[in-house]
Write a protein that binds this ligand. Structure first.
Ligand SMILES: Cc1cc2nc3c(=O)[nH]c(=O)nc-3n(C[C@H](O)[C@H](O)[C@H](O)COP(=O)(O)OP(=O)(O)OC[C@H]3O[C@@H](n4cnc5c(N)ncnc54)[C@H](O)[C@@H]3O)c2cc1C
Length: 544
């Protein structure tokens, strides 16, 4: 099969125009007298808005003539540097390996990392047990909607905790900066499509799967794990680990479904994958108290800003751009005069700003969107890099404590609601009294407050300076009516749980993985890390 790179077409192009362009790139009319039959498939599609508003789609196309001789002839005769033989790296999971594992491996956490680790271990025939403190996704959606309406938080089932993990109520951006030579990236994308995400997710340069679709995808992946002999226990929380002679020998699990006095059981196992996410503070405390080696890790904190999506589209695609274009993302970054780095993070086109809190007395926010990204607003976190100097302590969990301090302050000034302010008032440090030209799009109640009270002076200055600077890159970005909310604090894990080349911690058989352990940032990299760690467990048991 042949691969054509850099195939450019106007956004409004038809299917027939794409086919004609393929024929032209391969010089078929020049090389062959008769018309040749071929099939083709999109391998990659991206947007090129450098000549706005004449925006282009750039394709990588796979063309199949079902005849290697013809393909070789075309490759030579078309003399086109963008044409090559298709030679992909395809990731294949182990299937039903012959193994000597008599105790099921246990995965703690059913986020992207835990789900993909579970899938790979199940396919291999190791009958994994997944422990998840939160409810199953259908119930979870109801509980989160209730939280957004009432502000009453469920300690175990919320935006951070529950089946599908933190990524379920999200913008479902499926892109990552992780360089992958193993084909795992494409495998994760294809798996999302196999279990319900739209086909474009397999080839879009910026794939996205809305929260309304993620609910189905997560359920289908869980059912696949169970179909291959896995066992998923929701509303089961790991409350302790059992260590014998430097090795893991079991975990203590509390069954939250059960109202009886003693609802804890011990699950004996020699392999525990810790896929607990960046918000598992009580479990971080437990692991630290058990002597698991943990180190501080840099992260970032800040605010989330909202603009009208139309303003962003006009700026990114040019006024009068095609309506065929999806709501536009943006990426901005600034090194401030006071030496801070401020950058946009988890930008949500056509999304909502959500109350993403997971603990009473602490308020944090994030962004999410539905499949159609039709809220009419664009929002993004604008965050400032935080490092050990800001922690004011050498304690491995100091970053967690700093997050909590900011979130408690946020809870206080918002009175348990999401504190909001117009940019113009934030600049002046005065309260807003009403919204103006930008319509608010939130999930969860809001309250006007002065957000400057949350952060140290230099952080506020860095954010304000950067918003004004971004107004030069994106027209209207610094509009005084832009809506600001806080606090964006769960940007990545504030800790790293140390692991060696076998992915094991200082306790043998305990495998820290995913975002919480500090080895991933986002849905894709968490899923890929879950696969890597599962493969390490499989290699341990695979009989020669
Ligand atoms: C609102 C929001 C929007 C986001 N948007 C995006 C996006 O668009 N794109 C993107 O790439 N990333 C996004 N992210 C980040 C992404 O969700 C995470 O990077 C990803 O989910 C990390 O996966 P994980 O499996 O490592 O951990 P999580 O997904 O955090 O999963 C960890 C799971 O472990 C469970 N757990 C923790 N402790 C215990 C215990 N003691 N016992 C049992 N279970 C336990 C938790 O309940 C949780 O379900 C978003 C996050 C949020 C909150």
């Amino acid at each position: 099969m042949l691969q054509i790179n850099q195939l450019k077409l106007a956004v409004e192009h038809s299917e027939a125009e794409l086919k004609r362009k393929i024929e032209k790139e391969l010089a078929l009319k020049r090389i062959f007298k008769d018309t040749l039959n071929f099939s083709y498939k999109i391998l990659r599609k991206s947007i090129d808005a450098r000549r706005k508003p004449d925006v282009l789609f750039i394709y990588t196309i796979l063309v199949d003539f079902n005849d290697e001789t013809i393909e070789k002839k075309i490759l030579i005769k078309c003399n086109n540097k963008n044409v090559s033989i298709y030679n992909p790296t395809i990731f294949k999971p182990y299937y039903n390996i012959n193994h000597c594992c008599d105790k099921s491996p246990v995965i703690v956490g059913e986020g992207p990392c835990g789900l993909f680790a579970g899938l790979i271990l199940a396919y291999a025939g190791l009958k994994p047990i997944i422990i998840e403190r939160g409810d199953r996704v259908a119930e979870r959606v109801k509980k989160v909607e209730k939280f957004w309406q009432t502000g009453k938080i469920d300690d175990n089932t919320n935006v951070q905790y529950g089946e599908g993990g933190a990524g379920t109520f999200s913008d479902g951006k499926l892109n990552t900066l992780v360089k992958d030579k193993t084909g795992k990236n494409q495998y994760v994308l294809d798996t999302f499509v196999k279990f319900g995400a739209k086909e474009e997710c397999a080839y879009d340069a910026k794939p996205h799967v809305g929260t309304d679709i993620l609910e189905t995808v997560v359920k289908n992946i869980r059912e696949e794990i169970e179909a291959y002999g896995g066992n998923v226990l929701n509303l089961h929380k790991m409350t302790d680990i059992v260590i014998d002679d430097g090795k893991i020998s079991g975990i203590v699990v509390e069954n939250l479904n059960n109202d009886e006095q003693d609802r804890s059981v011990i699950i004996n196992t020699e392999d525990v994958i810790l896929a607990i996410g960046h918000s598992a503070r009580d479990t971080f405390d437990l692991l630290y108290s058990k002597g698991i080696q943990i180190s501080q890790k840099n992260f970032a904190v800040g605010i989330r800003i909202q603009h009208s999506q139309k303003m962003i589209d006009d700026s990114q695609y040019g006024k009068g751009h095609s309506e065929k274009l999806p709501p536009s993302p943006y990426k901005v970054t600034n090194h401030t005069t006071n030496g801070r780095d401020v950058f946009s993070f988890c930008m949500c086109p056509g999304g909502y700003v959500v109350n993403a809190s997971s603990k009473n007395g602490c308020t944090c926010i994030n962004g999410m969107s539905y499949e159609d990204r039709s809220s009419g607003n664009a929002n993004s976190a604008l965050i400032v890099a935080i490092d050990r100097q800001d922690f004011n302590s050498d304690h491995p969990l100091a970053g967690v404590y700093l997050q909590e301090k900011l979130e408690k302050k946020t809870y206080e000034i918002g009175n348990g609601k999401i504190p909001v302010q117009l940019f113009g008032d934030y600049e002046k440090g005065v309260l807003s009294s009403s919204y103006n030209s930008v319509e608010p799009k939130f999930k969860g109640d809001t309250a006007f407050a002065n957000l400057q009270e949350i952060f140290p002076k230099e952080i506020n200055e860095a954010i304000i300076e950067s918003i004004n600077k971004f107004g030069y890159t994106i027209e209207g970005f610094d509009d005084k009516d832009s809506i600001i909310a806080a606090v964006e604090s769960r940007t990545s894990s504030p800790i790293r749980i140390n692991r060696d080349e076998n992915f094991e911690s200082n306790i043998k058989g305990l495998y820290p993985a995913g975002e919480g352990a500090g080895y991933a940032g986002g849905i894709m990299s968490a899923a890929m890390d879950g696969i890597k760690v599962a493969e390490a467990v499989i290699r341990k048991y695979e009989n020669d």
